[in-house]
Design a binder for this molecule. Sequence first.
Ligand code: DAH
Length: 355
Amino acid sequence: MKEKIEALMAEVAALKANTRQDVEDARIRLLGKKGSITELFDEFRGVAPEMKREFGAKLNVLKNAAADRIAQLREEVENKAVSSAGGAANDLTMPGTPGELGSRHPVSIVRQEIVDIFRKFGYDVAEGPEIEDDWHVFEALNFPPEHPAREMQDTFFVSDGELVSEENGVKTYRNPLLLRTHTSSVQVRTMEKMPLPIRVICPGRVFRNEAISARAHCIFHQVEGLYIDEGVTFADMKQAILLFAREMFGPETQIRMRPSYFPFTEPSAEVDVSCNICGGKGCNICKGTGWLEILGCGMVDPNVLEASGIDSKKYSGFAFGMGIERIAMLKWQVKDLRNYFENDLRFLREFETVL
Ligand code: DAH
């Protein structure tokens, strides 16, 4: 017994391990159910009583030494695995690398602000497709067939539409698909399907076949508004737009309306707000006039109501449309529209603190 204990003591002292598996093998070999140290404990039962004390103590020392050595080896092997996989990088107590936080795009910030203001006035948000048909973008909005906005120079066409006739090889199509040139198309979709009265705000992306410059882009964003009920008047429209302007540009803001023309409204107006930079005195932003143009509006033309199946004798309403980029440019005095589309981080980071 004595020799066996000594031999095992030497074996424990010389134990080596490279992998977790090595450590586990050693544990099973020595301390497992059939391990050599466990077997010695079985043998110990047969030891003469006068020797029990001495051997018992030795056996316990051996067992503890084996358990300690195995624990030590396990730790070494674990540490090796950690350092070979990148060392300190795997130290779970190290603080993490913070991910870079993005911020909201100025166009999103202004769109949300406009939507929030009209929500407070009881407007719902409506959306429509960006690829539209001629009916919703032009026809139902009272655009005469020869109206210049339908021309190739303005509109991106997607497909010819329905083939209606073919005579002597000449094909005639109707209702072509196109990229919507304004969000007024969502007015039509809303009037076609929503019950009256209607009070909606429709934000969205629009497309025009224009050369890109500081003041024009082929993609931009608009917000359309529409209010239809019995007895809606021009005065209601003026009040809604004044309240909006004051929420958006500050409580001192004044508005003025100039007569204008849109095929889908009669009468129509363009709305200016008093310049929020100089307070109306005249500066280089408002070009000395004290006023900034922000939107187009008008009373929905009876033809437009009827085209969507609404009785124009019973119902009336107003509509308005504004460019989101334009409002954002006025709000932050951005001079070049292209900034909004280039995703230059130096520009976008200027809006990090705006919520
Ligand atoms: N759709 C017009 C545009 O793109 C904007 C507009 C003007 C919308 C007057 C309206 C409106 O609803 O009543 O320039």
